[in-house]
Design a protein around this ligand. Sequence first.
Ligand code: SF4
Length: 250
Amino acid sequence: MFVPDEINRLIDDGAIFYISHSGGKDSQAMYTLLRDFVPSNQIVVVHADLGEVEWEGVQDHIIQNTDHRVWVVKAKKDFLEMVEKRGKWLSAAYRQCTSDLKRGPIFKFIRNDLKKRGATVAINCLGLRAQESSSRAKKEPFAYNKMQSCNGRVIRHVYDWLPIFHYTTEEVFQTIDVAGQKPFWAYEKNERLSCVFCIMGCINDLRHGAEQRPELYKKYVELEKKIDHTMFMKKGKPISLEEHVGVKVS
Ligand code: SF4
């Protein structure tokens, strides 16, 4: 793995590496790589709990595959509540779910944890990869996070680092294998893992979700009807989840 010189310098300076762990393959691979060269007392693993919309057992999977304590943070609201309140599903262009349910609670945790430790430098480590999408490919793999940093009476420097930014999917699975671990069981059928029914999920993953979590699937289908707005569009027209996924609620 390529490690920028800046990272080695920050390790020597005592920076705290906050590893965001969703339970997905990318976070898992990233963790196994980082634990090999970042001193253990400078690693903090944090998971944003998505409540009922995340895969059951994902938190146990993280705990079983990490040597560190796993800190679980949770937003006050949850995904389905957010949608119902808005009266609209979120979309790739408007991913308030990611910012409010994941990023926000994790940064809040980082700020508080740094303060508790009396530390001033945080590296926010994310398992995002260029191969995932064209918008992700445009990201900087290492950048100073101005918004989360502050210089004044309180000094805090936060950096965003994407350690596996250039990894292919194959390399990610290989990394997990080399570490003697297995990815979360849902990867037997899923391509990606996060919310069981992601607003950007492919039909394959949504269908697998409907098979594994029929009661949750029913909630999504019913919510579409209640707010009269569909999660997906086809050729510019709304398409119901049942039609899109090809699974009828029984
Ligand atoms: S996995 Fe999808 S639906 Fe869930 S928070 Fe992320 S973008 Fe939103």
